[in-house]
Ligand binder design. Structure first.
Ligand code: UT7
Length: 327
């Protein structure tokens, strides 16, 4: 028995922030952003709406496409580093908003690798028989945690949510998750973090004035580690399943920077044409990037049933992982 993806969904805000819009806010240009990142525009959530609103919309759509009633869900996992509030979990608000029953619901924090971590947990729950229908959502409202005066970071990120419902396969069904591989190296925490707001630096007037609640990033360090670790995680996934790069139909990589994806394509020797790309539309949506890409690729009919899809993501932690899935 395997765990398969029964349905997917996504939700992105209507408001588009273009590179030209950004060039009026900080010293940047459309040409720089496109050339250095591949990003053309990103979505920004309107005031008055929150993380759980987008998460619930994506989750509802995933249930619809899986043809299940939210009441049938056994577990809701929300991967996010930009929750509605420090507690309780976004997952319990999603539970209320989509009309699920009193199922298990919790958040997980693995930054951009969050959806791969969530998929791995869902796979374990289903394989050990504890749950049969698990909704995993990756959601971020990064527009509320980026410093809109810092051109090094504010041009990169966007808001969005993606979701998938995982269920057990029936006997003889060849679809499903072949493997997941998860990694982390806390030595890299200094390269990407939000230093304020936790127990080390609780919120204070001083911490707000010093901008300690915004994303801080050493871009070059993250870039180098991303290329190295995404490539190794992709190779581990293939080796573990006796597959070669030629067997891969699609590579759905975390959409952080087109140059990272190009470098990974080169290292693992998988043509760029096999990578599903939507970074130009949404920027880096962290944990939401893989499920949004997956949902779009499926709905556009690019990824077809029976195809082999490799996924890999890396983000703050540093945390990273890969998954190999027959759709
Ligand atoms: O999801 C995981 C999290 N994040 C990532 O994966 C991001 C990984 N890192 C990156 O994508 C890249 O490192 C960046 C896109 C953030 C930066 O690209 P880079 O090629 O590493 O540029 P850089 O940081 O070396 O900056 C080159 C120059 C600098 O100017 P000087 O010092 O050479 O005069 C920057 O100040 O570009 C300047 N710069 C900008 N110029 C125009 C930095 N940001 C901008 C900007 N517009 N937005």
């Amino acid at each position: 028995m395997r765990t398969r993806i029964a349905g997917t969904g996504k939700a992105v805000p209507d408001k588009v922030l273009t590179n030209d819009d950004l060039s009026k806010m900080v010293a940047t240009s459309d040409a720089w952003i496109r050339e250095r990142t591949g990003i053309g525009e990103r979505r920004i959530l309107e005031e008055g709406k929150s993380t759980s609103d987008l998460a619930a919309e994506a989750g509802r759509k995933a249930c619809q496409s899986a043809e299940i009633d939210p009441k049938e869900l056994d577990c809701i996992i929300v991967a996010t580093i930009s929750p509605d509030m420090p507690m309780p979990a976004v997952a319990v608000t999603v539970q209320q908003k989509i009309g699920a029953g009193t199922c298990a619901a919790f958040d997980l924090s693995a930054a951009c690798a969050g959806f791969i971590y969530g998929m791995s947990i869902a796979d374990s729950f289903i394989k050990n028989g504890q749950f049969k229908k698990v909704l995993v959502i990756g959601v971020e409202i990064l527009s509320r945690v980026v410093d809109w005066t810092d051109r090094n970071t504010c041009v990169l990120f966007g808001d969005g949510a993606g979701a998938a419902v995982f269920v057990p396969t029936a006997a003889g069904d060849q679809r499903g998750i072949l493997s997941t591989h998860l990694f982390a190296d806390g030595a890299g925490m200094k390269y990407l973090n939000i230093p304020g707001g936790g127990s080390i630096e609780p919120p204070s007037v001083k911490s707000v004035e010093a901008g300690r609640h915004f994303v801080k990033m050493e871009g070059k360090q993250v870039f180098t580690n991303a290329v190295k670790n995404l490539s190794s995680a992709a190779k581990v996934a293939l080796e573990a399943n006796g597959k070669t790069t030629a067997d891969v139909d699609w590579f759905v990589a975390h959409q952080a920077n087109l140059r990272i994806i190009e470098a990974v394509a080169e290292r693992v020797q998988i043509p760029l044409a096999k990578f599903y790309l939507n970074i130009h539309k949404y920027g880096n949506t962290s944990s939401a990037s893989i499920p949004i890409a997956l949902d779009e690729a499926l709905r556009e009919g690019k990824i077809k049933p029976g195809e082999l899809v490799l996924m890999a993501a890396l983000g703050a932690g540093l945390s990273w992982g890969s998954a190999l899935v027959t759709i």
